[in-house]
Design a protein around this ligand. Sequence first.
Ligand SMILES: [Zn+2]
Length: 150
Amino acid sequence: MKEFLYTKGKRKYIFCADSKGAELLYNFVQQAMEDKVPFDFMIIGDKSDAFLEHWYSQQKMGTFLYLSGQWEFIKRLKKLALEAGFSEYEMQINIVGQISKKLVCCECYGVNEFIDDDLHLTCKHCGIVLEVSSHYSRRLEAYLGYTSIS
Ligand SMILES: [Zn+2]
């Protein structure tokens, strides 16, 4: 992952955080104030998807988005931002805490959750030992797990 840094020279900044991720953005907010660049800073509590999507879609070209928070929060806001027309190059992401990913079992197609650095795990549905592959299915939003051969 790219380092989470303030990128100078954008037309506008949007800083979005959950309660865990806000602290990291305070420096960026201060920087934007010093640079006299317009920005929005929002700690997302219980804002609806519809509200966020509308807010994102109203932003002008050249707006740069910072997301900071826990994995579930990041996943949700990133998805909404992409749907509203932001590209991956117009945002930076900081994940607080553990990243939980999904792994689809090659035997029973059951979905398992795993933490970033687990290489093997036992399928909780059928009990087989799976190896986490680098194959990621965008459709399933999950990695594919294969039976390990030892
Ligand atoms: Zn399984």
